[in-house]
Design a protein around this ligand. Structure first.
Ligand SMILES: CC(C)(COP(=O)(O)OP(=O)(O)OC[C@H]1O[C@@H](n2cnc3c(N)ncnc32)[C@H](O)[C@@H]1OP(=O)(O)O)[C@@H](O)C(=O)NCCC(=O)NCCS
Length: 361
């Protein structure tokens, strides 16, 4: 292997308590380069986030350590490296990202960053290294995951992963919906879903979750890990008690990012059975992000996925009428969810790869 470029430094960022603190400069710089890399990679700016909006998500908690470094070449920031370390008991996994400005690709910076990722994983006793990235469509040879669903171009990032011992485990579809154009269709689909789901009603709130829904919502959040298709990607089982839910909510509340939760409640028992999350930055003219959506396994087959998604977007239209688009990510093998999205009018805009490497213990 070639030597790392001279003049390259990975500088670990101390996460400041506030964006106004005197020691926040590196964090602000990290967010600047993050946003530039996503703009270069995606060709749009919908993944941009302000430093003060990202900061709450980077704080250390009882559930996860998030480490981040600036990649600095001769004094100039060229990217960042991040390693997320879940703190579930006996966890074997880490999740990482190396995001470099395009002008610095192909000089060994990524390889040096990956050596850092591997060292940190080993220091924490972790052997399963996992990572996601976007693979913008391109002509030429393609790669398919063992799921048999979807493919990605064998591009620079794919070659990087494979050279470093990773296998492509899953393909994710990133889709977008033009909210204004979709409205009449959403109303029709909502009526259809209502007619098919008579045993359930919609309950809806903005974070923080009202006390009466904390247990039910927490239970559904814990089921995201077990009930959503993960192919061979490895996740720890998570327990979501009230403290964990409140800590998770602080990521949005402290950032000033409104999140709406739309849930389907089984009328006879009061149980929450399905949910959808929509979130936006403090600027309500930006794109909206659809985060988790889930119908608990035992409540499938009543059109609850369609119901919560349509009810969510119809209410969202009143809350953020100037947000033009909604973005969402789904596993390419998740046909039931893709069917719903396609019926609503979501169209694919990009594909992502989920990559995994297992180190010798
Ligand atoms: C994927 C990514 C991290 C790779 O980083 P990189 O710095 O370009 O990677 P490297 O330079 O170490 O390796 C890339 C290629 O350059 C070659 N190379 C690196 N240093 C070299 C050197 N000094 N001399 C000759 N060739 C060199 C490598 O052999 C490799 O070749 P290959 O594509 O044939 O395998 C980077 O492209 C990136 O940030 N992409 C966008 C975000 C992303 O997809 N991240 C993935 C993880 S989240």
């Amino acid at each position: 292997m070639y030597a790392p470029p001279t003049g390259l430094e990975f500088r670990q960022i101390a996460i400041p308590t506030s964006i106004e603190s005197p020691d926040a400069a590196d964090f602000i710089e990290m967010v600047r380069v993050r946003n530039l890399v996503y703009l270069e990679m995606n060709g749009h700016d919908d993944e941009r986030i302000a430093p003060e909006e990202l900061l709450p998500a980077m704080q250390r908690t009882d559930y996860e350590i998030r480490l981040v470094w600036l990649a600095v070449q001769d004094g100039e920031t060229i990217g960042r490296v991040g390693v997320d370390i879940p703190l579930e008991e006996d966890s074997k996994v880490v999740f990482w990202r190396i995001e470099l400005l395009r002008s610095s690709w192909g000089r060994g910076v990524g390889t040096a960053g990956h050596a850092l990722v591997e060292r940190v994983a080993r220091e924490h006793g972790r052997t399963v290294l996992q990572s996601w990235t976007s693979h913008p469509d391109a002509p030429g040879p393609r790669l398919s995951p063992p799921t048999g669903f979807g493919s990605i171009p064998d591009d620079h990032a794919a070659r990087f992963y494979r050279r470093h011992g990773y296998s492509l485990e899953q393909v994710e579809r990133n889709s977008a919906l033009d909210i204004h154009e979709a409205l009449p269709r959403l109303r029709d689909l909502h009526a259809e879903a209502l007619a098919a789901s008579g045993d359930y009603r919609i309950v809806q709130w903005f974070l923080p979750t009202p006390p009466e829904f904390v247990a039910g919502y927490g239970w559904m959040k814990s089921r995201m890990i077990t009930d959503a298709p993960a192919a061979a990607m490895e996740f720890d089982e998570e327990e979501w008690d009230a403290a964990r839910l409140r800590r998770h909510e602080a990521i949005y509340l402290d950032a000033g990012r409104p999140m709406q939760v739309t849930a389907a409640q089984h009328i006879a028992t009061g149980e929450l059975c399905a949910f959808n999350e929509l979130v936006i930055g403090s600027d309500l003219t930006e794109a909206t992000h659809q985060e988790d959506t889930l119908v608990l396994a035992e409540h499938r087959g009543h059109r609850l996925g369609l119901l919560v998604k349509c009810a969510a977007l119809l209410a969202w239209r009143d809350f953020a009428p100037d947000s033009p688009r909604v973005l969402t990510y789904n596993a390419e093998e998740n046909r039931p969810m893709l069917d719903i999205n396609e019926a609503m009018g979501f169209v694919p805009i990009a594909y992502g790869g989920a990559w995994k490497k297992v180190l010798d213990a």
